[in-house]
Design a protein around this ligand. Structure first.
Ligand SMILES: Cc1cc2nc3c(=O)[nH]c(=O)nc-3n(C[C@H](O)[C@H](O)[C@H](O)COP(=O)(O)OP(=O)(O)OC[C@H]3O[C@@H](n4cnc5c(N)ncnc54)[C@H](O)[C@@H]3O)c2cc1C
Length: 343
């Protein structure tokens, strides 16, 4: 970190949301981007990019560097409850999360100050500034005009401005050796004996990620999932690595918190993540762009501008909320899967 203790903008969290906001703001403002962890971050993640993410990233220089083999995966569904297997035509970009994080950081202009291993602790609004307490070897007090909370699922910035506690669950992933059946396909798997949500199978180079959302009894359910998938897709059940990470599961739009005055929340810190698929990267990129646009727009109230700009994102989230009523319901899901067959 430089010696300055006064910035125009301090961003907490160097994930996709924080990096995107930092990139867009750097041409007009002094930006400090901090993260408590190692940078680039290597978060447990399926790292599939959907149409909305691709739409944003496709024209950003060097984006092909983040892809991993197979670069494109086609979506298929396995519904063990209803004994249905469906292949769709929908495709995702398949990325390596660490390369993605590294690329997002590398494209930041030189004037963005980046500080890893720096923990955001607290803030206080003092007149027209925000005093920010961080810890890097020792406690430091910094000043900023705008604070952006891009600090993910367990956001400390969010706790400072909202009493609405987000509901969370834990997503687990294991890494196994690839099999021919997982090549070029990503499988979304429904089985209520394993999870009330869903599980996923994603090929990554020579390996395959198997992930699932489980509340409790994780080992037993993961073992059962691997057993079923070894029969269905002939995947290996020899686990090379296990990882877990919490995720926010919103039940309605009131659980989205966008900020207060000159403090904005972006990405998962705001609650932006699909409750039906846990796809969050497109929301992180979009809200990062919107927060930057709100700050750059000269208006009396940055938070009001940001709220308006986020309307389309909230509408998309609302559609995803409706989708949970279908895909997580055994009976309704069967008709839905037949309808998307060839989509
Ligand atoms: C297992 C799993 C699989 C997933 N698969 C997909 C997928 O395939 N496709 C997809 O689109 N989405 C997926 N997601 C969701 C996606 O990972 C997130 O939605 C996305 O990373 C959110 O980006 P973000 O920038 O908001 O937060 P994050 O990427 O979580 O970044 C937050 C950053 O803030 C830092 N931080 C937190 N607290 C502090 C603090 N107090 N001080 C300083 N720094 C702090 C953290 O170290 C972290 O680097 C998955 C999530 C999980 C858990």
């Amino acid at each position: 970190m430089q010696h300055a203790d006064n910035y125009d903008i301090i961003i907490i969290g160097a994930g996709p949301a924080g990096c995107t906001a930092a990139h867009e703001l750097a041409d007009e403002f002094d930006v400090l981007l901090i993260d408590k962890g190692d940078l680039p971050q290597d978060k447990p993640c399926g790292s599939l990019l959907n149409e909305d993410s691709i739409d944003i990233l496709k024209n950003w220089e060097g984006v092909s560097d983040i892809l991993i083999s197979p670069s494109f995966v086609t979506l298929g569904y396995i519904d063990f409850d209803n004994k249905i297997t469906v292949k769709t035509k929908r495709q995702f970009w398949n990325t390596d999360r660490k390369k993605f994080s590294s690329w997002l950081l590398n494209r930041l202009p030189q004037n963005v100050t980046i500080s890893s291993h720096t923990l955001f602790k607290d803030f206080e609004v003092v007149e027209d500034k925000i005093e920010v307490i961080v810890n890097r070897h020792r406690s430091l007090k910094l000043k900023t005009k705008y604070l952006i909370g891009a600090d993910g699922t367990t956001s400390t910035v969010r706790r400072g401005i909202s009493t609405i506690p987000p509901r969370r669950s834990t997503l687990y992933q294991v890494l196994v050796t690839s099999s021919a059946e997982t090549n070029n396909f990503t499988w979304f798997v429904f089985d209520t004996s394993i999870t009330n949500y869903y599980s996923w199978v994603i090929p990554k180079g020579d390996h395959t990620i198997i992930g699932t959302a489980i509340e409790g009894r994780s080992k037993r359910n993961m073992d059962l999932l691997l057993k079923k998938l070894s029969q269905e897709l002939r995947i290996s059940t020899e686990v090379l690595k296990t990882e877990g990470h919490p995720v926010i599961i919103i039940g309605n739009l009131n659980e989205i918190v966008l900020g207060s005055d000159n403090i904005l929340l972006v990405g998962e810190a705001a609650g932006f993540i699909s409750p039906s698929s846990f796809e969050g990267i497109s929301y992180a990129l979009q809200s990062g762009l919107m927060a930057a646009q709100a700050i750059k727009t000269e208006s009396n109230s940055v938070i009001d501008t940001y709220r308006k700009l986020c309307n389309p994102i909230c509408r998309r989230l609302s559609d995803q909320l409706e989708k949970t009523q279908v895909v997580f319901d055994k009976e309704k899901r069967s008709a839905y899967l037949k309808s998307v067959m060839n989509e």
